[in-house]
Design a protein around this ligand. Sequence first.
Ligand SMILES: Nc1ncnc2c1ncn2[C@@H]1O[C@H](COP(=O)(O)OP(=O)(O)OP(=O)(O)O)[C@@H](O)[C@H]1O
Ligand SMILES: [Mg+2]
Length: 575
Amino acid sequence: MMKDIKFLMGADCKKLILPICLSVLDSLLNSVMYGVMLLTLAALYDGSFSAAMVMRALLWLLGIFVLRCIFQGVAFTDAQCLGANASGKLRLRLGNHIRKLHLGYFNNHSIGRLNGVLTTDVTDYETIITHCLCDVVKVASFGILSVGFLFYIHPAFGLVTLVVCGLAVPVLFRSGKASGDSATRLKQAKSNVVTRLIEYISGIKTFRLYNLTGARFVKLDRDLKGLRDASTKSELSVLPLSLGFYIITAMLIPISIIFGGYLQMRGEITAAQFVLVMFVTVSLVDLLGVLSSLYPQIRSITKATENVREVLDETPFGYDPAVTKLDNFDIAYEDVHFSYNGKQEVLGGVSFTAKAGTTTALIGPSGSGKTTITSLLSRFWDVTGGRITIGGRDIREISPDLLASNMAIVFQDVYLLNDTIYNNIRIGKPDATEEEVYAAAKAACAHAFILAQPDGYQTMLSEGGGGLSGGEKQRISIARALLKDAPIVLLDETTSNLDADNEQEINRAFRKLMKHKTVLVIAHKLGTIRRADQILVLKDGKIYEEGNHETLLAQGGWYADVCREQEAAKTWQIS
Ligand SMILES: Nc1ncnc2c1ncn2[C@@H]1O[C@H](COP(=O)(O)OP(=O)(O)OP(=O)(O)O)[C@@H](O)[C@H]1O
Ligand SMILES: [Mg+2]
């Protein structure tokens, strides 16, 4: 347990010394209390009992009681603060680590698992520090002192206690193992349910549309039943063993009575000693009962540590810490190969250069790899072959944070945070003034519709940006990108059916965003493509045609065909 706590707490582990020492002192005082009782009882039996002695014993007991209250209070408060602090730090450490992982890590499965690690596992670990650690120390130290005391009264008591405990310990270990195993199954079942619930809630529209809600969403139903069964099994598998442990340890009481009675009759112990042995044995049995419920919890920290370690062991993107600044924004893709999760190659040798301050348009059929190309530049993933450079420097040397600070990204699936519109825009530049935020919103043609919202810029958005139209969300994300004013801009133009006014406004906003920047744009509209300095036509993960609007038209390939079709579509009439 201490090894796991040390791994999770790091240097802060030393701070646990105080509550541990106080718990040992508390146990010592508990034992002293029994000593006082022994002296009093002995006096009662040998006739030296007096009122003054009772007073003295009472004062001793009062003193011990006050000191124990202080020790327990300080140890408990300290452990509470340390536990909350340690779990907070661990969650931040995990969060900081998770944010540096490649996007492949965040599939549906790992969301449920990550949720389990960040909530249940970290909470298990916090409980160990706040509740279990001091109790374990108390049980252990009082156990040792009690056995020592019993040996002192008569070796037979000590031996009997050791034998009974020796019989009970294997049962305790088995209950710990059963609890550990069922905890693993229970966590897996919980993780499945969380994953399924996330899928269910985020896809509720589809589920309703296809009437897959309620009992017809068989998978959620199955996972919920799985969780119920795992919970029941978890309780049932540990209960007989905990009970068995308790029954064996409780046998200490009748055994001690029989032994004590026998020894007293033989005159080997006094009546006072016999009574006190009974007190100590009853307390010891009680404490061992506490241990039977503590031990499975202690075992759970091992599993929690394994889960936390698994996340922390996931290798984040590497980079060269010496690279702290970028000053040249020429972008070059050199024979870039890429496959998601080692499967089929999605990019098969893409090479092109985009000079700083120019616009490169990526076009091509669906699934040709356009989004993949832009995702690689922002290091959502790392290339599997070749390299990408910015200003001649391989982007694998650049930290994801530095890259992100030099990049503004507007994608189709805009994600807005559960915050005010104002703060959602200000994410682009956290220290922006109010004027700068308004200016960015105006430039993104978003100012007017924001003012029309119930609370203007202070209107709260729900998670994901619910309550706004697709075009409105996109203009907020453009405002955010404009405010950031980063030298590299990655754009995925929207293809959704915006009305003509909305589309014109968004186009205007896009043009402002792209001015004087190095732009990679996944273009769907002829307007953008025509103005681009370079157009790359992608097909099956390779550059199929390359040039500008005029040269590609002259080539008469795929691009020329698409342009002809788009031009022809303009002349269509509904009659
Ligand atoms: N996260 C992912 N995991 C596995 N495969 C993926 C992933 N994202 C995309 N792919 C696959 O990679 C290929 C290229 O996808 P990409 O999204 O780059 O295409 P695209 O050109 O942007 O298409 P569209 O125009 O439809 O947006 C597709 O075959 C797609 O199935
Ligand atoms: Mg795409």
